[in-house]
Design a protein around this ligand. Structure first.
Ligand SMILES: Nc1nc2c(ncn2[C@@H]2O[C@H](COP(=O)(O)OP(=O)(O)OP(=O)(O)O)[C@@H](O)[C@H]2O)c(=O)[nH]1
Ligand SMILES: [Mg+2]
Length: 195
């Protein structure tokens, strides 16, 4: 995948009515606030700060559509699970994300990011259920792999994998710092786009 150009094209907030109508396929990224969704998108696109990242959780509170090469979209979904954000996930973001999952004709798959250092949270599992019920087979990305010691790595990956009911769940370890996992994720995205 050669990134010729990438730009933030559409931003959808809780009060925006519709989603953009276009023919191009979409790949979405979901996960808790601060798990590293925007950082992953920047690494995939080889951009330092196209997607806004922040040490303060709750940075991305909108659904952001990044047009890549005029060929497909990366969709950065709002992070959930951050208590201090006033808008309640279940009350507002939940329905917005569900509406997106159900209404996007072009969505190919959803990559669900979880922190590799901790087991998936109840919110993570709810997101997994929603995505599955919407008819997708989500790919799990275990983020911040650089924060684990070598000796903890295998066990942490196994713990993430075993949290999901599906035995054939795909889990890819990723680090935005070392870029570990980037090639594998890009291969999976290319597969999704070529189906
Ligand atoms: N060590 C390490 N830090 C990371 C990694 N990925 C993200 N971070 C840091 O984690 C923080 C949050 O990253 P973001 O990419 O903004 O997270 P997000 O999921 O987009 O967060 P929201 O927009 O709030 O939903 C930032 O301080 C990043 O620098 C990683 O792989 N390794
Ligand atoms: Mg973000």
């Amino acid at each position: 995948m050669v990134i010729k150009n990438a730009e933030l094209e559409t931003v959808v907030g809780v009060t925006t009515k519709g989603f953009p109508k276009h023919e191009l396929p979409e790949i979405a990224f979901a996960g808790r606030s601060n798990v590293g969704k925007s950082s992953l998108i920047n690494v995939l696109l080889n951009r330092k700060s196209l997607a806004r990242t922040s040490a303060t959780p709750g940075k991305t509170q909108t659904i952001n559509f990044y047009n890549v090469n005029k060929e497909f979209y990366f969709v950065d979904l709002p992070g959930y699970g951050y208590a201090k954000v006033k808008v309640d996930f279940k009350a507002q973001w939940g329905p917005m994300i569900e509406r997106y999952l159900r209404s996007s004709a072009a969505l190919r798959n959803v990559f669900l990011l979880v922190d590799m250092r901790r087991p998936p949270t109840p919110d993570d599992m709810m997101m997994y259920e929603w995505v599955s019920r919407a008819g997708f087979k989500p790919v799990i990305i275990a983020t911040k792999a650089d924060k684990l010691k070598r000796s903890q790595f295998k066990e942490a990956l196994r713990a993430v994998r075993e949290a999901y009911p599906r035995k054939d769940i795909e889990v890819i370890a990723f680090s935005a710092l070392s870029r570990q996992g980037r090639e594998e994720i890009i291969e999976r995205i290319e597969e999704e786009l070529s189906d």
